[in-house]
Ligand binder design. Structure first.
Ligand code: SAM
Length: 177
């Protein structure tokens, strides 16, 4: 589960009932965030390259699962259906640097991006150890510019899904109208 310093942040951005609001769950895995969102009234575009995940989303009418390899063609994210803007974007435990800067541009005005993944130092604690999948210190802060307001940034050794790991978390809100 996403490790956020304050549970209030989590519920404020993520769990409150948000009827008809649109979320994007990138590299959604088994859909734990997509499902929580859908149950709370969100419409979710979920993306993953793993074909085996397709069936688990079938019974959720407000989740659209997209079988896509984000690393094959980074222009996916700027084409339909992703070129619409989102109220919430979640990226958890996934990093592909060529699309990093595109992700916040998919936010609506006041939309929220919650990005959390492993960072340097994690190689000493467990997988992933490949530096291509580990953020550098402060790296997610590079997403902040005049179009986004910082809500939360945190990094270091934290417990995630009951394992100690090095993680970085960024929450930003779009202030671009
Ligand atoms: C560690 S899991 C994280 C899943 C989920 N976000 C979570 O936090 O539980 C990483 C996910 O990224 C997906 N993934 C890896 N490379 C991908 C790619 N190139 N395009 C789309 N999804 C990818 C994997 O299939 C896997 O489901």
């Amino acid at each position: 589960m996403l490790e956020l310093k304050s549970k209030n942040q989590f519920s404020k951005h993520f769990l409150n009932k948000k009827l008809n609001k649109k979320a994007l769950d990138l590299a959604c895995g088994n859909g734990k965030y997509s499902f929580q969102l859908a149950k709370n009234g969100w419409y979710v575009e979920s993306v993953d390259k793993n074909k085996e995940l397709q069936n688990i989303f079938l019974n959720y009418k407000n989740i659209n699962f997209n079988l896509i390899d984000l690393e094959k063609d980074k222009s996916y994210l700027i084409k339909k259906p992703f070129n619409q803007k989102y109220d919430l974007i979640i990226v958890s435990k996934y990093l592909y640097r060529p699309i990093l800067e595109i992700i916040p541009t998919l936010l609506k005005f006041k939309g929220i991006l919650i990005y959390q993944t492993f960072m340097k130092g994690n190689e000493k604690l467990g997988p992933p150890r490949n530096v291509d999948y580990l953020l550098k210190k402060n790296e997610l802060k590079s997403l902040i510019n005049e179009n986004y307001k910082l809500i939360m940034f945190d990094q270091g050794k934290r417990k995630l899904d009951s394992k100690v790991c090095m993680i970085q978390t960024l929450i930003i809100s779009s202030i671009k109208k």
